[in-house]
Each structure stands twice: as C-alpha cells, then as structure tokens.
Ligand binder design. Structure first.
Ligand code: CA
Length: 423
C-alpha cells in the first residue's frame, strides 16, 4: 500500500468529518492571493499548504524538486519529475501532517506561514494544458444519443464497441471552476427548409465528465500499453464540457465537433492523484465483443467515483438534476490512453483527456440536459417554478465528485460555472 493512502492516518490539522480533503487525499493545485504570486499548493481540509514556503523552509529536502517547481503558476514543472517523484512528495506531506509527527506542527511560526485558510486564496488553472482530447466512452450516453438522433434499434455506431472513440478538442478555452462564461453565438439551422441563422445558441448544455492529466508520455512513434498507462496519469479533475447542441447539430457533419464545443470547458481546481484513488479501483464493465489485443488489460482499472450535477438559477436554490458514477464508463482510462498512443501519437505532460459524458443506466443518472430532458420533451421542474430543457442565462452549473468507503472519503470539490447572457 502507498503510505499516504493508509486509512488510519489522522492529521494534526483539523479536518471536518465528511471533508473531501482528508490527509489521505492531498491533491495539488495552484493558488494566489494579494500577497502571493501564483504558486503550487496542496489541500488539506480547509487549508492550502504553501509548497513554495515549505520548500524554502527546508521541509522538502531530499526530494527531486527544485524551488521553481513550486514557485510556478502551473503544476507542469513538478509533473516533469514523473509518477514516483510525485508519489514521494505526497508521502512526505502526509508524514509532515500526520498527528505523531512533530517536525512542522511544533513550529508555530512555520505553521502560520505554510498553512493558509482556503478562503484567503484564489485558485487558478492548475495546469498549462498542451493538448486536450475528449472521448465518448459511456455506453449509456452513446446509446441515448443514438436513440434520440438515429435509430433506437441500432443506437451504437458500428465502431463504438471496438474503439474508444474520441476527437481532438481545444485547450485554450479550458477554464477553472468559478470563472463565468457567456452564451456563445454561432450558426444554427432551426428549420430544415430554411437557410441557417446566426445568433446566440438556444441549447446550451453541460456534459458531466471527468478528465485525467498526463505526465510526459513516450517519444513520438512509440505506444503506451494498458499495463503502463496508469504510470503516465498524474491525476484527475471534474470536467464540464460545455456544449451548444443547436450549433453542434448543424456543424458536425462531416468532421465532428467544432465551435459547439470549444467555447468553454471547465475543470475543478484540485488535481487528485491517481494514487489517492487506488482504494476505489473497481472492475470495468464487461466488454463484449472481446476487445482487440492491444486494448486488453488486467486488474481493476475503473474507479468508483460518485458524481452529481446541480443547477442553480440566479437568486434561487439549487436543484440536483443528476446522480451518476464514473464506474459506469465502458472504456477505462488505461484503454483510452493506450488507444490514443497506439499509432505513435505522443502525449505530453499536462495533456488533458476527457472521459466523455458520463451517463448511468437510470434516467436520473444521465450526464447532460440533452438526455435528462430527452431532447426537450421532458423538461426538468425547478424549485422556483420554472423549467429547464437546457441551461438558461444566469444559471450556475455545479458538478461534485467523491469516492467513499467505510474508512475514508476522497473528494474532488466542485467545478462551478455561471452562464451569462451572450455578448
Ligand atoms: Ca464531451
């Protein structure tokens, strides 16, 4: 077992029961405030650990990280050191925060310098994302979409059960939680018999996804096997892949998603290491037909992560519209990364790979408004008496995720984005 995963560990830092961020989590992010430039932080309870200060004070000696790795506006430099170094770092912080360890806790001056209350910082994008890829790996989601737009009897396209289908997205518009977005404008074709029109999208949707962030992969021309894949995954975030359904419908033929997708995609602020999620590994759903040899894998490569989506209209209360779970995904992350590199495509540190919309088997577990309101035919009733087929101006969409067993809870916090009117 990885030392920092020991469920019996207790920290001298006060962590509220039910917190997403116990000593067994220790995710990484980047924060700033009026006094401090953007820098690397680790989260415990309601505190951020200032990793730069910790390094300057000598607590991270004997680890292979330079001062620059922590005094940086992204995690990319730190990630350059790879999986084992990041594991050692998390183990070291775990030691320092553990109740029986007096190194840091007995030095009040240092504690005050290093532990910053979360309300005193602003989180910024944790990673400089090089390339962003989005998959389409939920069988339930692909089936729902195929049923709505094609043929209920042949909902899945012929390639779907053979290939972890994906496409290259755009990294420049990936934003962090709490950053507002504006309703995008574009071309749509509301009437089949009339020419297209230009204007604000009228069908803004969320997509409940998770995404993983990679370490540097192998050089161009080489492939990563399913056995190796998780060694190249740094960690995971919640991911809302905003979509404009009316723009999408008109533009996607023949090359696929474009402006309907690249106006914004939101990620949560804290990157939870794959190490921290090991206690929550589960079997991947049965894959039938048997996958091609390069996609075969051994062991538990899916993760039991509870997911929830809420919509909060301006000035009103939240309505939870979706309860899902990451474990429903047909294709697991190892298969996605393996497939991505099977042709020799190289991934680099800081690439972001989205799971695809995560829909579960029941209607309340569907991961998009398109499915929840079934193409607008089953509007969702809101507490304020209004209804939703898609997201309206002023709505805030909040996604949350956590793993939990009888010993420990590892959470992702939330990714929250407000939709403002078109500019
Ligand atoms: Ca997507």
């Amino acid at each position: 077992m990885i030392k920092a995963n020991d469920p019996s560990l207790v920290s001298w830092v006060d962590v509220e029961k039910g917190s997403d961020f116990p000593i067994q989590n220790l995710p990484l992010g980047v924060f700033k405030n009026d006094q401090l430039n953007p820098r690397v932080g680790m989260r415990i309870g309601d505190f951020v650990i200032d990793m730069k200060s910790l390094h300057v004070l000598g607590y991270l000696d004997n680890l292979p990280f330079s001062a620059e790795a922590f005094d940086s506006n992204s995690l990319n430099l730190l990630m350059k050191k790879g999986k084992l170094a990041c594991r050692r770092l998390r183990n070291r912080i775990s030691d320092l925060l553990e109740k029986e360890n007096n190194e840091l806790q007995n030095n009040e001056h240092h504690v005050n310098q290093v532990l910053i209350p979360i309300e005193q910082v602003e989180m910024v994008m944790p990673v400089e994302i090089g390339d962003y890829t989005d998959f389409y790996s939920s069988r339930e989601h692909a089936t729902n979409v195929g049923t709505m737009f094609r043929d209920p009897n042949n909902a899945l396209l012929p390639n779907w059960l053979w290939i972890p289908v994906g496409y290259h997205g755009r990294s420049s518009s990936v934003i962090i939680s709490d950053q507002d977005i504006h309703r995008p404008k574009g071309q749509t074709k509301p009437n089949d018999n009339e020419p297209p029109v230009y204007g604000p999208s009228r069908m803004i949707d969320f997509e409940l996804e998770m995404a993983f962030i990679t370490f540097d992969g192998k050089p161009l021309g080489e492939s990563i096997s399913t056995e190796e894949a998780e060694d190249y995954i740094f960690g995971m975030v919640l991911f809302n892949d905003w979509s404009a359904r009316d723009i999408q419908k008109w533009e996607y033929v023949p090359l696929g998603p474009f402006l309907a997708k690249n106006f914004a995609s939101s990620i949560s602020a804290w990157v939870v290491s794959l190490d921290a999620l090991i206690p929550f590994q589960v079997d991947t759903p049965q894959q039938d037909p048997e996958v091609l040899s390069y996609l075969k894998f051994e062991g538990k490569k899916s993760y039991d992560i509870h997911l929830q989506v809420g919509i909060t209209p301006d000035g009103s209360e939240e309505k939870v519209v979706c309860d899902s779970n990451f474990k429903y995904m047909y294709w697991n992350m190892a298969q996605q990364l393996t497939h991505h590199t099977v042709n020799g495509c190289n991934v680099r540190g800081g690439d972001l790979l989205g799971s695809g919309t995560i829909s579960g088997p029941t209607p309340d577990s569907y991961g998009s408004m398109l499915e929840l309101a079934w193409k607008g035919t089953k509007p969702i009733q809101m507490p304020d008496g209004t209804e939703r087929k898609f997201i309206l101006d002023g709505d805030t969409v909040t996604m949350r995720g956590y793993c939990e067993n009888d010993k420990v809870r590892i959470g992702f916090g939330e990714v929250k984005t407000k939709l403002l009117p078109a500019k």
